[in-house]
Write a protein that binds this ligand. Structure first.
Ligand SMILES: [Fe+2]
Ligand SMILES: [Fe+2]
Length: 473
């Protein structure tokens, strides 16, 4: 962006100070490949000029140069430190040794912050906001109002509102992680940079709402945070509303994961899932909404839902699109069994604190399970005589003693055990079956003894099961 039409901020050259409001300048330093851009702001007010959140060792020489583009550094009377983090205050030691620092310059902060900054042993004295009625009158109709925003993210954190320009200097609040940085937020999508920052740095949603509510009491025209991008007027309400919905303190759950955006995404997905469950009654709607959430991350074509029944832990209730989400009793799929039997400790030890894809059974097994479940459903109630495992193994015609289990071994037996349905037959595959069938020579099928045995068993099994069922009726 070269020019923000709404703000009239010329952002094309971040190597120089950039005017963002009435006698207010961005004098920060852009660090390439840093998602944690740190900003410094200058209020030019003659020999009562103000530098807000001065910065650290990495950036100060650039900040100093940019300040000098606007006012002599010796004009700065107030160095506001809205909390004590090194990216805000480490430069104080450099400021001490600048030859042109004012003799009457002060560090403006909260007494609790002072207790930590004093360990830099700065030469400049402290001017504590809590001893000055939480405001600094610069004269000429310009008053800086200090707004207490405790625990966001330091117990004594505060923001600064400039009554003349209407700019809120919000320190870490409204900060963001920006991979593709712009000085001014382009549109509402910037919330995706802000949200993970707050999820990790702010302790809780309740505390964040408390601080935001205090900020809303001021007629803010622009927000200038210490990280991320400046929030122009037309995006302020949107960002505040979104942040009020943001669950913070996420890092408390993530000891072993440092992928901030992934954790943020999971947090958002969890919240979306909760919203779906509490705002819909019809399971058809719930299922479709959940599928939409899954599709934001995974190439999911459909979703099935399973839960163990109370009366038999080898049975579970399955809800799936094929049955219009009417619950049917079925055997649990392999991946459901392997997950549902884990307690949290064993889940974490197996997955090292991360989620991973569970191995899926062959697609045809999954489809067979669905089909059996549907036929056995009390509303459908079609008897299933047994299971036939087709292509159970491959035997080369030239090596009739060999068996290759191309699609895995034991699938038919496992299915039989799960559903308590007999395995009627296993029919192997070999090169000649295709030729024989395509040529209409079905009698040749039975030249292979294993194929013949498979069909014999199938025939006998069908007859036996039909007789057994008839005897039950
Ligand atoms: Fe901070
Ligand atoms: Fe910060």
């Amino acid at each position: 962006m070269d020019q923000d039409d709404n703000l009239n901020i010329d952002t094309k050259d971040v190597q120089h100070a950039i005017r963002i409001g009435e006698r207010v300048w961005w004098v920060g330093h852009y660090m390439p490949d840093d998602t944690f851009q740190c900003h410094v702001y200058l209020i030019e007010h003659g020999d009562h000029s103000v530098l807000i959140d001065p910065g650290g060792y990495l950036t100060f020489k650039h900040v100093y140069k940019k300040v000098q583009e606007v006012v002599p550094f010796s004009n700065i009377r107030y160095f506001i430190c809205q909390h004590q983090d090194p990216d805000i205050t480490a430069a104080l030691r450099l400021i001490d040794i600048m030859p042109d620092v004012r003799k009457d310059a002060v560090i403006v902060t909260h007494w609790r912050t002072m207790q930590l900054i004093k360990h830099y042993d700065p030469a400049l004295p402290f001017w504590n906001i809590d001893e000055h009625n939480w405001q600094l009158d610069l004269g000429g109709g310009r008053v800086l109002k200090f707004i207490f925003t405790p625990y966001l993210h330091f117990p004594a954190a505060f923001c600064t509102f400039d009554t003349l320009s209407g700019i809120l200097f919000s320190s870490d609040i409204f900060g963001g992680f920006t991979a593709n940085w712009s000085l001014v937020a382009r549109d509402q999508s910037h919330i995706e940079n802000i949200r993970p920052f707050h999820e990790h740095y702010m302790p809780s949603r309740e505390i964040l709402i408390h601080g935001l509510s205090k900020l809303e009491e001021y007629p803010i025209k622009m927000i200038a945070p210490q990280h991320g991008s400046i929030i122009p007027s037309h995006l302020i309400d949107f960002m505040i509303d979104e942040l009020k919905q943001t669950d913070c303190g996420l890092y408390a759950l993530a000891r072993d994961s440092t992928d901030i955006h992934r954790l943020s995404f999971l947090n958002k997905a969890l919240k979306d899932i909760t919203n779906v469950v509490v705002t819909h009654r019809d399971f058809w709607d719930i299922a479709n909404e959940l599928l939409a959430i899954l599709r934001k991350t995974l190439p999911v074509s459909s979703a099935e839902f399973y839960a163990y029944t109370h009366n038999h832990n080898k049975e579970c209730l399955c809800l799936m699109p094929e049955t219009r989400f009417r619950g049917i009793i079925t055997a649990p799929p392999v991946q459901y069994e392997s997950m549902s039997n884990l307690n949290k400790r064993s889940w974490l030890s197996q997955n090292k604190g991360c989620y991973k894809k569970m191995p899926l059974p062959p697609e045809h097994i999954s489809d067979v399970k669905k089909a059996i479940g549907m036929f056995l459903d009390e509303h459908v109630s079609v008897p299933v005589l047994g299971i036939v495992e087709n292509m159970a193994w491959f035997t080369p015609a030239k090596h009739p003693e060999e068996r290759y289990f191309l699609f895995g071994q034991g699938g038919g037996e496992n299915l039989s055990g799960s559903f308590k349905i007999p395995l009627l037959a296993q029919i192997p595959i070999n090169e000649t079956i295709c030729d024989s069938c395509d040529g209409g020579r079905l009698n040749e099928l039975f030249n292979d003894k294993d194929v013949k045995m498979g069909f014999d068993n199938l025939l006998k099994g069908i007859v036996h099961e039909r007789e057994r069922l008839a005897s039950l009726n």
